[in-house]
Design a binder for this molecule. Sequence first.
Ligand code: ADP
Ligand code: MG
Length: 141
Amino acid sequence: NALPFYASGLVVKGFGRGSKDLGIPTANFSSDVIKNLPENVGTGVYFGWAQVENSEIYMMVMSIGWNPFYNNTEKSMEIHILNKFDNDFYGSNIKIKVVGFIRPELNFNSVEELVNTIHSDIEYAIQKLENTDKNDEYFNL
Ligand code: ADP
Ligand code: MG
């Protein structure tokens, strides 16, 4: 069990498969960040905290995996931050602290089923994080 673990890196362009159109934009990490994850971190959906450059620390949900719904051939690591941003932040540095595991990767029969599951992932993350301390010396003050 690798939890908690930390990662940081630049936000890159994703696969452009329209996460934003589903109302769930995901900031994608570059492949060198994925390669540097602890070895025992498996695929699946996780939750934790995220900081964009020197921003405040936000709750996030993260997916690591092959995203079977889209038949990806590339491994991906992407985070949805639980905050409404006025602008995109491609090229920014993000620091994350991954605190818990939610579920393994799943296959979905429809986009609606996928979106509903992500919404319940978000509810679960909020419930787990809301009474815990987000402050960590890893983050920028
Ligand atoms: P891509 O395929 O390029 O990752 P997305 O549709 O997943 O495109 O959108 C991701 C981008 O949206 C992020 O890189 C970031 O710049 C922006 N963004 C805006 N709000 C958020 C948010 N709450 N969480 C994550 N990314 C966000
Ligand atoms: Mg994305």
